[in-house]
Design a protein around this ligand. Structure first.
Ligand code: ZN
Length: 336
């Protein structure tokens, strides 16, 4: 009997230990929790908020767009802004922040004249979970099988890095050891063994459901300004280009946007400068003339402490309010 009790104790100990560790760990929204939240917000704030799906992922999840504006069901002649997050599914603070920002706009609209003015004079679009399959599986890439031998042996070969799949510099890949972009899923096995994140760019530009959906969405809108949120690189604002050292012709405007955002959230800023090919930011700017930036909001990919996530939210809500107002200025005077 004594022996049995000690075995039981040993079996139970790790459970107690893990319960202890997980106590107080920050909870990021799951995909289903996001959908429930969007339902609730639409019921309560349907006058200024709506959402809809622009496509399905390999895993059958919806790629959701949220629109916030006055007369939300009407396409008005107002500046359009696009906020995207979770191209990389494991970068959870990125979408968590956008969902908090959406809630903030909904809740403050009737109480805060500044917020009301911003919402009334813009059409604000959000795609908080570009890669919901990656969010649910806590992976950087999506969950496309890639149909290659050994995908079940090396799970890292599964999936495409969605922020390498846009049609901008996509062909300018180099062998895996020279760049962060790999041409085949096999390269990701080597990268992961060397401690680098998986980077497979896909079979061709826009080969993925998620990027295809964003392409069609953007082609049917007139987005003026955009910010794409990421984690893992510290707190820093990037502007184009990221696929080449070539300077954007609107460099002065980008620097002015980045400087202003930096003055608000306190982050550093820099040209992305040959960081990666096939990124949404470069594509939005180069093909659609959108003033697109990336905001990296955390050194840790997904911090577990609530105060760190709260800090990100606190830093970036005012920064995004600035971007909304800046889009409005562009609308009034396109040469700004
Ligand atoms: Zn990222």
């Amino acid at each position: 009997m004594k022996f049995a009790w000690s075995v039981l104790l040993i079996l139970l100990l790790p459970q107690c230990f893990s319960i202890g560790i997980h106590h107080g760990v920050y909870h990021y929204y799951s995909y289903n929790e996001m959908v429930n939240l969007l339902n609730e917000l639409k019921e309560k704030h349907g006058k200024i908020m709506e959402y809809y799906s622009i496509g399905k992922t390999y895993g059958g999840r919806d790629i959701m767009v949220i629109k916030i504006s006055d007369n939300v069901s009407i396409d008005e002649n107002e500046p359009e802004i696009l906020f995207t997050a979770a191209h990389h599914g494991n970068e959870k603070p990125s979408y968590q922040f956008l969902l908090k920002f959406i809630q903030y706009l909904c809740n403050e609209y009737d109480k805060n004249v500044t917020i009301k003015h911003a919402v009334d004079n813009a059409e604000i679009f959000f795609i908080p979970m570009v890669n919901p399959d990656g969010v649910e599986n806590n992976t950087r890439k999506n969950m496309e099988p890639n149909n290659c031998i050994g995908e079940n042996i090396f799970s890292v070969m599964r999936g495409v890095n969605l922020n390498r799949n846009y049609d901008i510099g996509w062909d300018e890949w180099k062998p895996w050891y020279f760049t962060t972009t790999t041409a085949t899923p096999y390269g990701d096995v080597l990268l992961s063994m060397l401690g680098y994140p998986p980077e497979y760019r896909g079979e061709k530009p826009f080969s993925e459901n998620e990027t295809k959906a964003i392409k069609i969405f953007v082609e049917n809108r007139h987005i003026i300004l955009a910010a794409d949120f990421h984690t893992g690189a510290g707190k820093i604002i990037f502007y184009p280009y990221g696929y080449t050292n070539r300077k954007p012709k609107d460099e002065a405007t980008f620097i002015s946007i980045a400087e202003n955002v930096s003055a608000i959230n306190g982050y550093a800023f820099s040209e992305a400068g040959k960081a990666a090919t096939g990124m949404e930011m470069d594509w939005l700017y180069d093909k659609h003339g959108v003033y697109a930036i990336i905001i990296e909001i955390s050194r840790e990919i997904a911090p577990q402490e609530e105060n760190k996530v709260e800090e990100i939210v606190r830093e970036n809500i005012p920064a995004c309010m600035y971007l909304i107002n800046r889009a409005n200025e562009f609308m009034k005077s396109p040469s700004l």
